[in-house]
Design a protein around this ligand. Structure first.
Ligand code: BGC
Length: 751
């Protein structure tokens, strides 16, 4: 909305518009309607009253992002977005506060369960699908938390201190993709500081990057309580302070405008954006003439499908899985009965129903004449191992054909609000696992957790592991479907499982100290770090087995459109139907900038019957080959022969090839700060400076190899050319140098 189109509002009314009316609504002023928001992202948390701790109405609890991302399935996630939109509409919600797309910088991040991945491309692609699905229903998304909100520790004060390359290439990239590809209605700025400036007051992030560079035209909403200074926030581009900051705060903002602390036009801009949002929301409400109910059964079925696709088969020695439902099974672990299926905090949903694994396993086994026994094995109250529970569990395992052991983290061990201090499985569970496997080696471990767990000890014990992360309300039926082979597992890790926490990228800089976090690992986050350091991992990014097998053949690479087209034939070489997630990684050996050996640049999902083959096409975008060049402050594609590898995980690469890519035009203008070597490399300035320089050397040129033991350019090639004035004893004047450089810059500008 332009300034002229603003309805006639007083200054006080405009100020009031930029602060919420309550915990979940914006203000209705005159003919401007209120907008209602509610938490997501994996389900609707529509609270029954305005109190922070009020219960929320029942809603479908889909798998939280940590689980859902393991599906690597944009189409599925878009359907989840549609379903969430229907539930919002049924409950009178205009904006759903999600998706959460911060990068999992450290496995210890307390809110990792709410985020997708350690990889920006995977995060961006999946969250784009979520936003599109949701917004197709007329409900606005609120992409959060912008930006670099990668830890919970000291989250409202801490500064994420990040160099330009990692900021652009890792921490902003998913946001950029979602903004440009999906056009979210709103963005939520985060609590933390970024390079010393509060995100809510960060003009660079909220205006320069988000609006001027990426073209975002929606509303920036503050995280709840993130605004410290209303005027500074509005001036930076944060349009709405949530929740209601109160009348006194609105009056203070108006007073700041009257005192010319910020121009009134800046407030108009924010108010105009809010009016635009309110009108759009009202129009979407009016346009919908359908039934405001949603089909809870259909949504539960979708939650089950999503959960099933999100389960990762980490290992399956001796093809222990799938189990036969007609045998006897010892189900062990309290999470079988009281499942861990979502995380704690603002995203916590009241599910419409809950499929507990124990019940689902019992139901499947009962239908096939098998038998289930159950032993809780441990408690989650922190009281440690209980010998009697361990013994009971071992007994049950011994007496059964196979044991299914439910392990993981309890709600109190990870949540929004604090980071974890360890990635170890709780000691009592490790002890239980050892006793159960000793009693029955045919043991399958099933894991529930939001953040990554160290699995090296467990993986050395059990022959089969299913990693569910967090699976939402259909957790039990989804696990039963996979355990008994109703579905072949097809999930893939969206995060590396390290051998040790000490091996992880942010280990020495997490969570930071004295309200500063140094992102010292730079762009080397997640698998980028493990691969660049050539570190062993327990399970690599992208890993996940199936009950069938897939062959890769016929890789073809072609320059296509604005990037690289990858074609590869995938064949189901096993005897069951299955779903393969084909991953394409790109590296540029010999790059002029630091790069990981490979980075995910595209992926595709294919469903194949036994023996069936299909050619899969993956389009790699040129943008995703680029690095951020801080000299020119933009993304640059380097010219060169790019190495494209295709496979089933970041460390299971089946085929590879190279393809030449033309680079972006990039010329850094020469200045007195350019090095002598850079100047010599220039076709115009090089000879000019060379000649003037040679004139300073003794007649016939000096053999500096003889006098100095090194050739002269190796010695002073890194010196800024401006210093040649002093180094030549004043013989090369500053004016002369400036002339040479200007000539070179002009010649380059004329091409
Ligand atoms: C969280 C947001 C959430 C908001 C409203 C904040 O504490 O960081 O993700 O949307 O509260 O509940």
């Amino acid at each position: 909305m332009t300034f002229e189109e603003l309805p006639a509002l007083t200054l006080d009314e405009k100020a009031a518009l930029t602060g919420g009316a309550s915990f979940w609504t914006t203000k209705a002023i005159g003919e401007i309607p209120a907008v209602t928001v509610a938490d997501g992202p994996h389900g609707l948390r529509r609270q029954s009253s305005d109190e922070m701790t009020a219960p929320s109405v029942p809603a479908t609890c889909f798998p939280p992002a940590a689980g859902l991302a393991q599906s690597w399935d944009a189409e599925l996630i878009s359907r989840v977005g549609v379903a969430l939109g229907e539930e919002c509409r049924a409950e009178g919600v205009d904006i759903l506060l999600g998706p959460g797309v911060n990068i999992k910088r450290s496995p210890l991040g307390g809110r990792n369960f709410e985020y997708y991945s350690e990889d920006p491309l995977l995060t961006g692609a999946l969250a784009t699908a979520w936003v599109r699905g949701l917004q197709s229903q007329g409900i606005g998304a609120c992409v959060k938390h912008f930006a670099a909100n990668n830890a919970e520790d000291d989250r409202m004060r801490s500064s994420s201190d990040i160099a330009p390359r990692p900021l652009r290439e890792i921490y902003l990239r998913a946001f950029q993709r979602i903004v440009t590809d999906a056009g979210p209605a709103t963005i939520m700025c985060s609590y933390n500081r970024v390079n010393g400036v509060l995100a809510s007051e960060n003009h660079f992030l909220l205006t320069q990057v988000l609006r001027d560079e990426w073209g975002f035209d929606g509303v920036v909403v503050s995280d709840w309580g993130a605004v410290a200074d209303r005027a500074a926030a509005v001036a930076a581009g944060c349009d709405l302070a949530m929740p209601s900051p109160g009348d006194a705060s609105d009056a203070e903002l108006a007073a700041d405008v009257r005192a010319a602390r910020i121009p009134e036009t800046v407030l108009d801009r924010a108010a105009g954006r809010l009016i635009g949002l309110a009108r759009k929301a009202a129009a979407a409400r009016d346009a919908f003439t359908g039934d405001r109910q949603y089909d809870a059964d259909a949504h539960h079925a979708l939650a089950r499908e999503a959960a099933t696709r999100s389960i990762v088969l980490l290992k399956n020695d001796g093809a222990l899985l799938p189990l036969s439902p007609s045998g006897s099974i010892a189900v062990i672990g309290v999470f079988a009965e009281q499942p861990r299926f979502q995380g704690g905090g603002s995203s916590h949903v009241t599910p419409t129903r809950l499929d507990a694994p124990l019940e689902a396993l019992r139901a499947a086994v009962a239908a096939s004449g098998g038998k289930v026994t159950y032993a809780p094995g441990f408690t989650t109250d922190g009281s440690g191992a209980d010998a009697a529970l361990v013994e009971e569990a071992a007994e049950a395992a011994r007496a059964a054909d196979a044991a299914v052991l439910f392990l993981g983290l309890a709600a109190a061990q990870e949540s929004e609000g604090f980071d974890r201090t360890t990635i170890e499985l709780p000691a009592e569970q490790a002890e239980l696992a050892a006793a159960v496997v000793a009693a029955n080696p045919r043991t399958v471990a099933v894991l529930s957790h939001g953040g990554v767990l160290r699995l090296a000890p467990l993986a050395g014990l059990v022959p089969a592991i299913l990693d569910g992360a967090l699976l939402g309300q259909a957790v039990g039926s989804a696990i039963a479907d996979v355990i008994f082979g109703e579905a072949s597992p097809s999930g893939r890790l969206a995060e590396t499982i390290p051998v040790r926490i000490q091996d992880t990228a942010a280990y020495l800089n997490f969570p930071g100290e004295h309200s500063h976090v140094t992102y010292g690992e730079g762009i080397f986050v997640g698998y980028r770090w493990h691969d660049a350091r050539d570190l062993p991992v327990s399970y690599p990014f992208g890993h996940g087995l199936s009950y069938t097998t897939f062959g890769y053949s016929g890789l073809r690479l072609a320059a296509a459109g604005d990037g690289i087209e990858v074609r590869v034939a995938i064949t189901n070489t096993g005897d069951r139907a299955g779903r393969e997630v084909v991953q394409a990684y790109v590296g540029l050996p010999g790059s002029a900038v630091a790069r990981p050996p490979r980075a995910l640049a595209g992926f595709a999902v294919v469903n194949l019957a036994p023996g069936q083959a299909q050619e899969v096409v993956i389009q790699l975008r040129r943008d995703d080959l680029a690095y951020w060049d801080r000299r020119v402050d933009r993304f640059i594609v380097e010219p060169g022969s790019y190495h494209v590898s295709v496979g089933a995980s970041s460390r299971d690469l089946r085929l590879a090839g190279n393809i030449d890519v033309e680079g972006d035009a990039l010329r850094i203008p020469l200045t007195l700060e350019s090095t002598l070597a850079e100047v010599f490399a220039d076709p115009v300035a090089g000879p000019m400076v060379g000649e003037a320089f040679a004139a300073q050397l003794p007649a016939g040129g000096a053999d500096t190899q003889e006098t100095l033991g090194v050739d002269i350019l190796s010695l002073i090639g890194s010196a800024p050319v401006g210093r040649m004035t002093a180094l030549s004893g004043g013989a090369l004047t500053r004016e002369q140098l400036e002339q040479f450089l200007a000539a070179a810059n002009e010649a380059a500008a004329q091409g």
